[in-house]
Design a protein around this ligand. Structure first.
Ligand code: TXA
Ligand code: MG
Length: 330
């Protein structure tokens, strides 16, 4: 096993001994537990992992990928028992998990309230995408970390998914803490995503063919169009969190009938939650969805939102705030 300082590439390939691989896995699990970003192989593509419960680590993950918006992330777990702690399975989900896990299938399911996955990773949604990867290194890492790991494909936003550690480094060198190099991925395309939130629906074709899924279900899958890597079917699957309260953006202060979502130094009055008193965009991203939910739950009819600078993660924060402020249809 080699840990190369500076590059921080950990090798976990056939020529390494079992003990060397075990040490690499331990180092990677410790890095995740410390809030680090670890790229690791799955049977589909390399993922960029972070502790699913650590909002700030997840904010750094979005920053490393250079994502202009917060797409919800897949929570990776070691086995079905761990998946059940995150989400509720209906009969179709039970069948699919039994037939295809571990493997290249992601299920979008109703999340449990105590699932422990940070609101930012779920982009504020009430559903969670769960996957049990089949790759032995991914499995060993998830078992050693002993908790859910969120992982998008380990590429810069807009680039194709990486199927080798070299691809990961070409995109993300210097932006992440560690890469576990276990050679090329066997499947090479991302997992197939099926939502079980009602009629089972194909959200993304991928490594598991649709026909195999339909054979197990004994019925055709409904289809949801995807645009820009995000589901496009707002009626069927609300892909964007929307608070009940009306949002007023770029506010300097709250009016008497408003709660305040602050950023940086803020006027102290009324119901206020601050995304980041010190004006840190990573901290602000980590707090975005939980603060919006908390202000919504306070019963406020209107929320004034202070200006967030449009740089770094601020672009994604403003993207989500603008969507949340958009008028509702119906
Ligand atoms: O094979 C894979 O799935 C790889 C490996 C690393 O596991 N991961 C991957 O993640 O492709 P990512 O983030 O590149 O793509 C995940 C997709 C996104 O299009 C996201 O919008 C969708 O899953 N997604 C995640 N949670 C969702 C949810 N609750 N509802 C609908 N779509 C969701
Ligand atoms: Mg991707």
């Amino acid at each position: 096993m080699t840990v190369e300082p500076g590059k921080r590439v950990i090798k976990a390939q056939a020529q390494e001994t079992a003990q060397e691989i075990a040490q690499a896995i331990e180092a990677a699990a410790a890095c995740l537990a410390a809030g680090g970003l670890v790229a690791f192989p799955t049977e589909t593509v390399y993922g960029l992992g972070a502790d699913a419960g650590n909002g700030e680590a997840i904010a750094r993950l979005y920053a490393a990928k250079g994502r202009p918006s917060f797409n919800p992330l897949i929570a990776h777990v070691a086995d079905v028992a761990a998946a059940r702690r995150l989400a509720r399975f209906d009969a179709a989900a039970e069948r699919l998990a039994a037939a295809f896990w571990p493997g290249p299938l992601t299920l979008v399911l109703p999340k449990r309230p105590d699932c422990g996955v940070a609101d930012l990773a779920l982009a504020g949604l009430d559903s969670v995408a769960v996957r049990v990867p089949a790759h032995p290194i991914a499995h060993a890492l998830l078992a050693a970390f002993n908790g859910p790991v969120v992982a998008p494909s380990a590429n810069r936003s807009g680039h194709v998914s990486p199927t080798s550690a070299a691809h990961v480094l070409a995109d993300l060198r210097g932006r992440i803490d560690m890469v576990i190099d276990a050679g090329p991925c066997a499947v090479g395309v991302e997992s197939t995503i099926v939502a079980c939130l009602g009629a089972p629906t194909l959200l993304r074709p991928g490594g598991l063919p649709r026909e195999q899924i339909e054979r197990v279900l004994g019925q055709p899958l409904a289809m949801a169009a995807m645009v820009d890597d995000a589901p496009l079917a707002p009626g069927m699957l609300s892909s964007h969190y929307a608070p009940k309260a009306r949002l007023r953006l770029d506010a300097d202060a709250a009016r008497p009938d408003e709660a305040l979502l602050a950023f940086g130094p803020a006027p102290a009055a009324g119901i206020t939650l601050n995304l980041s008193p010190r004006g840190d965009l990573i901290e602000a991203a980590a707090n975005l969805f939980s603060h919006l939910r908390a202000l919504d739950a306070s019963g406020a009819q209107r929320i004034a939102v202070m200006k967030v600078p449009h740089e770094g993660l601020g672009e994604a924060i403003n993207d989500r705030l603008t969507r949340a402020a958009a008028p509702r249809i119906g």
